[in-house]
Design a protein around this ligand. Structure first.
Ligand code: CA
Length: 709
């Protein structure tokens, strides 16, 4: 065994050529030595027999995020308290699921930085910083986040924001190998966690808002060698297809999508694995551009966008697919969490796959062949009425494709459910979904020009903005909701729900203690009863939580741990609603156990924007140009209508508004590149930069007037 030899290495050296060092007993001991991340196929396949560990992203290959640990239960949870915390020195979104193996925690903070900690005490063991160029944010739709590592036979694997896959020595954090999984010139990013199946490290990527061709790659764990790639959308047919699946997919496309960035279809998050069927399931993202009318004129389903695809993990060979949103036009990805379970449906045992993708339907599929078993909407949606069981296709509402006029649609492009993991509790039979519930406005752009390195959604940014009228904007704000939804996948109906004050809440963990743990946008870490949703316990985390919790045990003592730190797409884009709560980003690991009562240091958390705008001198025409350019170029990070979620500066309070040259130095020249503000000189010219500045000045005056009311 690779891991055994690796760990036993120094011992063997110390003992000279003594063969006793390689006895079975020595190997067994070495494999469970702390810090060796001695995870292999046998242990991962039997992960349910090791509830004290959390060895892969979803805890088990079926990604249920359910733990049989139950020392912490509905009664004892009242005594749950903070055992230790560990501060990350970053201020961007925190989304990682920590891995815990034999008493050591491996976790990530923003900018793909990896930390190893003593899981009992939080003691720092090592940190690896891949030194991502901060202006890589120009290709990151949804914050400089990372969702965690994978471990295998003494190594820790991290997908880095700039597209690298790096293997670290689990004991030291030193780099064993590093490979570029993507063309660094293209706007790919990695935010997802790798998975390891039988020595193959699986990693996908993001970038479909900008324009890339999505794929999943498999790499040899020991060497970093590329073993296979599965593309999710066809390339230029004139260059030939990689396989029969691509030839089949190409028949569902029109136009010249490969010239508009590559079609999209990135595999940026969900994967699950069934060892018996030997099938790897991946979730595929949206198209580039979102708008099918532009992407594939004349229609077509555009396989495998917004699909769940089953592959052979050894070869990457296509086995089956199910497309949730044919001809997707709304950023309705199917990259959301995939859970596998064995359940009884109408008296028969079925091997199912469950997903609540962005489009608002909860799907139960037969995972042996992709057959649809059932589907029902888990939020009130307005783009489709139902899924037709005969065809497996959603029945769209007339006008939902916003061809002739703009339409306000639920769910928004952030979905009814985003990346925040669900969990499935086999004892209650319920799936716990962090649900988002708000509309977005979609409309055709006046014209579309593909911009390399720019966002290319193919929708009108002004139409997609918030209403300018304050009463209308408040009315929209009242629709922005979020909840914890307990869903019965067999009955396809709600069991219970808890409404949250904010919309963008944490992933969930469920346990045999009849508990569901979830962090919230308003800075609480909460335990609910799994069977009825009763709120049993909470902890004030001083910051919004979006990451999911994990649980593990050391020497018979159960721990619950969550990475706190507000951020991600909603936090960046919907500043208007974030500022109403105004929680800061405080990025840290919080770990709890029974009887502990450590206090967090107090944080001065109120943040306000100080408005001091110069006089407005621009014409209405310039302001409208600035509005359009802002929405297309700046909005993704600085927020809709120039209201920041405060992860990045609120431009309305910027001193640069007073100095046109200094403004251009930042916007066009990249003067603040090292702080994460990319140069936009390849996207906009001086005139457009000035128009954006004028628009932000207008929004600053608006903000100032509202603040004085
Ligand atoms: Ca997307």
């Amino acid at each position: 065994m690779f891991s055994g030899l690796r760990t036993a290495g120094p011992m063997a050296v110390a003992l000279g050529l003594c063969t006793l060092a390689f006895t079975t007993a020595a190997l067994a001991e070495a494999e469970s030595a702390p810090g060796s991340a001695a995870v292999d196929a046998k242990r991962l396949l039997a992960a349910d027999s090791e509830p004290q560990n959390w060895m892969s992203y979803g805890r088990t290959y079926d990604e249920q995020r359910y733990s049989t640990l139950k020392q912490i239960d509905t009664k004892s949870v009242a005594k749950l308290g903070l055992s230790w915390s560990f501060d990350f020195n970053t201020e961007r979104g925190i989304e990682a699921t920590s891995i815990v193996v034999d008493g050591v925690m491996y976790t990530t903070s923003s900018w793909s930085i990896v930390h190893a900690l003593d899981a009992r005490t939080g003691k720092h063991l090592w940190t690896y910083d891949p030194q991502v160029a901060k202006d890589k944010t120009r290709h990151a739709c949804c914050d400089a986040v990372n969702r965690g590592v994978a471990v295998w036979q003494g190594q820790v694997f991290v997908g880095v924001l700039d597209g690298r896959l790096v293997a670290l020595d689990a004991g030291t954090g030193k780099v064993n190998w590093s490979v570029a999984t993507v063309d660094p010139q293209l706007p790919y990013t990695i935010t997802g966690a790798p998975r390891v199946i039988d020595g193959r490290v699986m990693i996908g990527n993001g970038g479909a808002e900008f324009g890339v061709r999505g794929f999943l790659g498999a790499y040899a764990a020991q060497t970093g060698e590329l073993l296979w790639r599965f593309y999710t959308v066809p390339g230029n047919p004139a260059l030939g297809f990689e396989n029969d699946a691509m030839a089949m997919a190409a028949k569902t496309w029109n136009g010249k999508w490969w010239e508009l960035g590559g079609g999209g279809g990135t595999v940026w998050d969900a994967m699950a694995y069934d060892p018996e069927l030997d099938l790897l399931y991946i979730g595929v993202g949206n198209g580039t551009p979102w708008n099918r009318e532009i992407r594939s004129p004349g229609g077509g389903d555009n396989l495998f966008l917004s699909s769940i695809v089953a592959l052979r993990p050894e070869t990457g060979e296509y086995v089956w697919h199910y497309q949730t949103t044919p001809g997707e036009s709304w950023d309705y990805t199917a990259t959301q969490h995939i859970i596998l379970a064995d359940v009884e449906v109408q008296g028969k045992p079925r091997k199912v796959l469950m997903q609540a993708p962005k489009n608002g339907f909860f799907y139960v599929l037969d995972r042996t062949d992709g057959t649809l078993i059932s589907a029902n909407n888990y939020i009130n949606i307005t783009w489709a009425t139902h899924v037709d069981m005969a065809t497996g296709r959603p029945v769209e509402v007339p006008g939902a494709r916003y061809e002739d006029k703009p339409m306000t649609i639920v769910p928004s492009y952030l979905g009814g459910h985003n990346w925040h993991p669900m969990s499935y509790n086999p004892e209650t039979g319920l799936v716990y979904i962090p649900v988002l519930d708000f509309p977005a406005r979609y409309g055709q752009p006046e014209s579309f020009i593909y911009r390399k390195d720019g966002t290319n959604t193919g929708t009108d940014g002004i139409i997609g903005s918030l209403p300018d009228d304050n009463a209308e904007r408040n009315a929209y704000g009242a629709l922005v909701a979020g909840r914890l939804l307990a869903w019965d996948p067999i009955k396809q109906e709600e069991a219970w729900h808890v409404e949250h004050p904010g919309s963008w809440n944490g992933g969930t963990l469920s346990t045999a203690g009849n508990l569901v743990f979830q962090g919230t946008a308003d800075g609480k870490f909460v335990a609910f009863r799994a069977d009825n949703g009763e709120r049993l316990w909470d902890f004030s985390a001083q910051t919004g939580i979006v990451a999911p919790a994990i649980t593990y045990a050391i020497d018979g003592e159960q721990y619950v741990s969550v990475n706190a730190g507000w951020g991600g797409a909603f936090a960046l884009v919907f500043g208007e609603f974030v500022q109403a709560e105004s929680l800061p980003n405080v990025s840290r690991v919080l770990t709890f156990k029974l009887g502990a009562n450590k206090q967090l240091p107090n944080v001065d958390w109120r943040r306000t924007v100080v408005f001091n705008p110069p006089q407005q001198t621009a014409s209405e025409e310039v302001l409208r140009e600035g509005f359009a350019q802002y929405q297309d170029t700046c909005m993704g990070c600085h927020g809709l209508n120039a209201v920041s979620g405060l992860l990045v500066p609120d431009l309305r309070g910027s001193g640069y508004l007073h100095n046109a040259d200094a403004w251009d130095g930042v916007v066009l020249g990249g003067a603040l590149r090292a702080r994460g503000m990319p140069a936009a000189n390849k996207l906009i010219d001086e005139k457009q930069s000035a128009a954006i500045r004028a628009y932000v000045i207008q929004q600053a005056w608006r903000g100032k007037a509202l603040q004085q009311q």
